[in-house]
Design a protein around this ligand. Structure first.
Ligand SMILES: CCCCCCCCC/C=C/C(=O)SCCNC(=O)CCNC(=O)[C@H](O)C(C)(C)COP(=O)(O)OP(=O)(O)OC[C@H]1O[C@@H](n2cnc3c(N)ncnc32)[C@H](O)[C@@H]1OP(=O)(O)O
Length: 308
């Protein structure tokens, strides 16, 4: 533990005080994350696989490929979110890692977003803990000092889209069947302010407002038109393009790029960090409303019927 903290301190010291993104949430974790972190941090160093995440770090390039592997749809439940935050933190403190490519091991799906079953029929304590884990994932990913590239090899609604939006660059496979967007209103729920902030940062106010109000899901080419993704490439070129773009980004000196990234992202990160507890309270009181529970249950039933 002491060794881990020292390594982290050294890596953070490379940036001027206030210039690093990494401290967000790092040591504000609840007990569950901390004890799991200790187990994971002591495991094998360059390749690790947990229940729902696999990570391969190429020591030569300094690039890690992080894959979501929770079939059938990579929905983000508490365990996956926790593993994600821990693994990203592990890479963050590893001096040999400068970039992360985020992708999916599940065919045709990047991520179906938050696991709706985590937001239905549970008690307030559960919802609070779940939302803290969602926040933690976002603070770690959006606040990462590494180069982060989303290799979107399948559909990516809602929380899946949030993950992609939190990366530095987005490459999506050219397949009309794949959709991406923040579709929360279609579920009868509201995307929280930090989801709204990040999509606004990426696509601008007008497009974000329309997109959020209508809960729009875009095909890859339409997503490219509004700037929701940076590139659309053939399905079999997603990973190689991600590697090539990563190599290009890594030609920049880390120090200059990291401080610039921090400068751009700090206001949004600060907003959530400052209002974190209020955001949890707000989520819990919102999600426990009867009308919201009913909407989510109806949406789940609709999904199940469609699947039959
Ligand atoms: C004021 C503000 C305060 C805050 C207010 C609150 C803010 C909340 C913010 C919420 C953010 C979110 O991410 S909410 C999540 C939004 N996500 C979505 O709308 C995606 C819904 N899913 C889909 O569209 C599709 O499943 C898709 C991903 C394209 C894959 O389609 P497929 O045909 O391949 O697969 P399906 O047959 O549909 O699904 C396979 C199985 O997975 C299940 N499944 C699919 N998506 C799931 C999901 N997200 N969570 C759980 N389970 C899911 C289905 O029910 C099926 O279960 P079985 O039938 O049992 O096999």
């Amino acid at each position: 533990m002491i060794a881990t903290l020292l390594i982290q301190h050294e890596k953070l010291e490379q940036l001027p005080s206030g210039g690093t993104l990494s401290p967000y949430g790092v040591h504000q974790k609840h007990g569950q994350i901390t004890s799991q972190a200790l187990q994971l941090l002591s495991s094998q160093r360059r390749q690790f696989s947990n229940t729902y995440i696999s990570v391969k770090l190429d020591e030569t390039s300094g690039v890690a490929v992080m894959k979501l592997k929770r079939p059938p749809v990579n929905s983000l439940n508490m365990e996956l979110l926790t593993e994600f935050a821990i693994n990203l933190e592990k890479l963050e403190i590893d001096r040999g890692c400068r970039g992360v490519i985020l992708t999916s091991a599940v065919p045709r799906i990047f991520s179906a977003g938050l696991d709706i079953t985590e937001m239905c029929g549970k008690n307030a304590d559960h919802y609070g803990e779940f939302w803290r884990a969602v926040q933690e994932m976002w603070l770690k990913l959006y606040g990462s000092s590494m180069v982060t590239i989303a290799a979107i090899n399948g559909s990516s609604p809602a929380g899946g889209c949030l993950m992609a939006l939190s990366c530095d660059y987005r490459i999506i496979a050219n397949n009309k069947k794949y959709t991406i967007g923040l579709n929360e209103t279609q579920l009868g729920i509201v995307a929280p302010f930090w989801f709204k902030d990040i999509i606004t940062e990426v696509i601008g106010h007008r497009a974000a407002e329309r997109s959020l109000q209508l809960g729009m899901l875009y095909s890859p080419t339409d997503a490219l038109k509004i700037g929701l993704v940076d590139e659309v490439v053939a399905e079999d070129k997603v990973q190689s393009t991600a590697s090539a773009v990563m190599a290009q980004w890594l030609t920049l000196p880390d120090h200059a790029r990291q401080i610039t990234k921090s400068m751009m992202r700090k206001p949004s990160l600060d907003r959530l960090v400052t209002h974190r507890e209020a955001d949890i309270t707000n989520f819990v009181s919102y999600i426990t409303r009867d009308s919201i529970q009913k909407s989510l249950q109806m949406y789940m039933e609709m999904l199940k019927k469609k699947g039959r």
